[in-house]
Write a protein that binds this ligand. Structure first.
Ligand code: HEC
Length: 278
């Protein structure tokens, strides 16, 4: 495993060159399309996804006794299937948790486990949620590790608690709500199959179906253009920016509700994350 990771680090450096080319193609260079550059990258990595590095770091973080209580998440964190159980857990999230009396997605649940369970300070974890240069995000690494443990498991949400159904309905309402300077909703860009903005394909996420399944099940994903593993809350937050609305608050009810709507539309799809995205 360690040797594979070293090999991957080397190729990651090489990959940086392609990521730069990707950046150039996004700025409108004619010579290489985004898809071509991503295809080059895929050809080079084969079945390997650099996300393996995040998974390995996430595993260490999961098992290490940390925080003022000096306990590990592996011993104390319940993601819905019992303390420390990660296999299949992500395929049944978001869900209602009795201890917080809230519907939570993976990111907000992890935060609860780290702050309430381990006794860590919330502010620095949230501040570093997407990392900052060399200081990598713990939440992204933990997410990669946990999601990997659901590989091949079909998305299947409990949807038995009234608050879960409410989260879905509210996520749906947010998805179709037109606002901001351009009067866009998520649906403006994501309600037809085969649409594109510049070179990027826009999946139809407004209804249950193949597009929603194929999209949801590969997130979190390693973003080639950023050299980072990004989670679903990051993805939705970046689309808030595209929609020209104020920044999505991490772990907020809006983030959880939108995730619930997307997750429900992806039901039956087999988890294949962390994926690889441009
Ligand atoms: C102005 C158009 C626009 C709006 C509005 C928009 N998006 Fe997006 N969305 C995009 C584009 C473009 C991409 C592809 C981005 C990329 O590859 O970097 C994308 C990608 C995504 C993806 C990942 C798709 C994939 O193939 O992996 C998700 C999930 C998503 N958007 C959800 C949302 C949600 C939820 C909203 C509303 C909060 C929203 N989007 C609003 C343009 C938009």
């Amino acid at each position: 495993m360690r040797r594979r990771i070293q090999q991957m680090r080397k190729r990651l450096l090489l990959g940086g060159v392609i990521a730069t080319a990707l950046g150039a193609s996004m700025l409108g260079a004619q010579s290489t399309s985004t898809e071509d550059a991503l295809a080059d990258y895929r050809a080079m990595f084969g079945d390997d996804n650099p996300a393996a590095l995040w998974i390995a770091r996430g595993e260490d973080l999961w098992k290490e006794a940390r925080g003022s209580r000096k306990v590990s998440l592996a011993d104390t964190c319940d993601l819905g299937l019992g303390d420390g159980v990660i296999k299949g857990a992500y395929a049944h999230l978001p869900r209602y948790f009795a201890d917080t009396a809230k519907v939570q997605d993976l990111e907000s649940r992890l935060l609860t486990c780290m702050v309430k369970g381990q006794g860590m300070d919330e502010a620095p974890i949230v501040k570093n949620r997407f990392g900052d240069g060399d200081r990598k995000s713990d939440l992204e690494a933990l997410s990669a590790y946990i999601i990997d443990a659901s590989r091949g498991v079909a998305m299947d949400l409990p949807m038995t608690h009234a608050q879960e159904r409410l989260a879905y309905e509210s996520g749906k309402a947010i998805f179709f709500y037109r606002t901001g300077t351009h009067d866009f909703s998520c649906a403006t860009c994501h309600s037809q199959s085969g649409k594109r903005i510049r070179l990027q394909e826009l999946p139809n996420l407004s209804v249950a179906g193949a597009d929603a399944r194929d999209t949801y099940t590969v997130w979190p994903a390693y973003r080639v253009s950023q050299g980072e593993v990004r989670t679903m809350e990051w993805r939705i937050g970046d689309c808030f920016r595209q929609q020209r609305v104020p920044e999505l608050v991490f772990g907020s009810q809006a983030a959880i509700d939108l995730t619930m709507f997307l997750a429900k539309n992806a039901e039956g799809g087999k988890m294949a994350a962390p994926g690889l995205k441009r």
